[in-house]
Design a protein around this ligand. Structure first.
Ligand code: DC
Length: 215
């Protein structure tokens, strides 16, 4: 199993870049942030108190499923398709608090390994905040995808209709997340790809070149 682990802050383009890299290589694509978002959705929908979240609740009640097919992306909790709902601002605002709980991070780490092992692909591009350091520290490729804050905010505002309020949201979420995971500077052995001056295609190519070197 070839693992390509990609970390990066919000707005670095890691989701769309990772998905395209996976498609080009014929690999699976795993968006690990979706599980944190789906759990946030599930906890909110159950009006569950955060203090009551334990391993028993996570293993028995959180029925999480995600597609690793880069051409057919969906996320489900039980039989509910939450693919779009988990992208809503209300989820984005609550997710950092949930992602900060150690019991949840440990559960998510195991979940990522299970999903990759059961994927049936020869390789998987796994994307998320602590993927290169905590979740897959021995991945064949470990890449930190960054861009200057200005460029990240601009890309996000272009993507989403809410415009400038997104800038504040992203900066705030990065600040909250960085209390939990250091995703802005590469750990030892992690290759930095700075996309500040690169367009989408060049960013994808830069990552494919890194992967080809090690294949
Ligand atoms: O990548 P994203 O914006 O969908 O991530 C949603 C949240 O989950 C974000 O606040 C960071 C957190 N997260 C994390 O802590 N570790 C991961 N591997 C993936 C996401």
């Amino acid at each position: 199993m070839h693992i390509v682990a990609i970390d990066g802050p919000a707005g670095s383009g890691k989701s769309s870049v990772s998905k395209t890299v996976a498609r080009k290589l014929g690999y699976g694509y795993l968006d690990t942030g979706a599980a944190y978002r789906a759990l946030t959705w599930f906890i909110s929908s159950q009006a569950k108190n955060l203090a009551a979240i334990d391993l028993d609740f996570l293993t028995k009640e959180f029925d999480y499923r995600i597609s690793l097919d880069p051409d057919d992306y969906w996320v489900k909790v039980g039989s509910t398709d939450v693919t779009y709902e988990i992208r809503e601002t209300s989820i984005g605002e609550k997710v950092s608090a949930i992602a900060g709980l150690p019991i949840i991070r440990e559960y998510m780490r195991n979940l990522a390994h299970e999903l990759v092992n059961a994927s049936g692909f020869a390789g998987v591009v796994v994307e998320g905040r602590d993927i290169t350091t905590v979740v897959f520290p021995s991945a064949q490729n470990r890449i930190l995808l960054t861009a200057s804050e200005e460029v990240r905010l601009r890309r996000r505002s272009a993507e989403l209709p809410e415009g400038i309020s997104i800038a504040e949201q992203i900066t705030k979420r990065d600040q909250n997340d960085s209390k939990v995971v250091d995703f802005l500077s590469p750990a030892t052995g992690v290759e930095l790809v700075d996309s500040t001056e690169l367009d989408f295609d060049s960013t994808v190519e830069a990552i494919i070149r890194i992967i080809e070197r090690t294949k």
